[in-house]
Ligand binder design. Sequence first.
Ligand SMILES: N[C@H](CCC[C@H](N)C(=O)O)C(=O)O
Length: 275
Amino acid sequence: MNGAGNEILILDLRGLDHEVAPQDARAIARAPGLRFDQLMTLHAPRRAEDDAFMRIYNIDGSLSAACGNGTRCVAFALAREGKDALRLETDAGLVETWRLAERVFAVDMGRPGLEWRDIPLAHEVADTRSVALEPPVAGAPTHFSAVSMGNPHAVFFVADAALVDLEALGPALEHHPLFPQRANISFAQILARDDILLRVWERGTGATKACGSAACATLVAAARAGLTQRAARLRLPGGDLEIDWRADDHVTMTGPVEFEFETTLDPRIFQDVAA
Ligand SMILES: N[C@H](CCC[C@H](N)C(=O)O)C(=O)O
């Protein structure tokens, strides 16, 4: 499936007692014919009131605690079992989804983390709205806004997002010493007080057509900076997402899903997997 162009693979393991190891996620990412930005594995819920426990892997096998576009795809997949509203648990807590139309879903991504330890950053920073990029990275802005959506985000506001060399700046910023758990890197251009152009270099995956949690982090950063109101359209290369940082501090995201194909995994892809 995809959510606004963010390629998502869902592996339904609810009937099995199986954990996917990082090297398995990397093997699936290399399997012929499979192409994804994130792998979402579904497991039996830990609490009776939840519908499933969900894990999120990047293509390098690293885990993420949030995946907005992937959560919408999971909501679409489980809606086929007759449920249009879901409670999904992730390593970062509860995520709730509800259907707005055949292929449009909303996700409550929870509250943003805004303290330096929430992101996390490598040392204390008084104001995460404007963090000095020290040491500097050639070609990158000197300051960014840091937000956690359960996963780490660094948001750089730029005059023209189309001019950013994502492939050059992405890796240096993802692995910057300020980010002990690395970070998802966003370059945002404010078009209006309710309209943002966004390009994302994702931690553990690279440049993607859309990143839901980055869209949430960018809206929160823009609103905190007084650049936009608390709700806006986020325009990503793969599609638009509507983000709303509500008065109760929860961030909701509304966007499309597309179903591409269903298949089974050939067990041979897990043989001779380099650890
Ligand atoms: N594409 C996902 C985000 C994955 C985040 C992952 N790259 C990480 O935090 O390591 C989304 O739509 O929210």
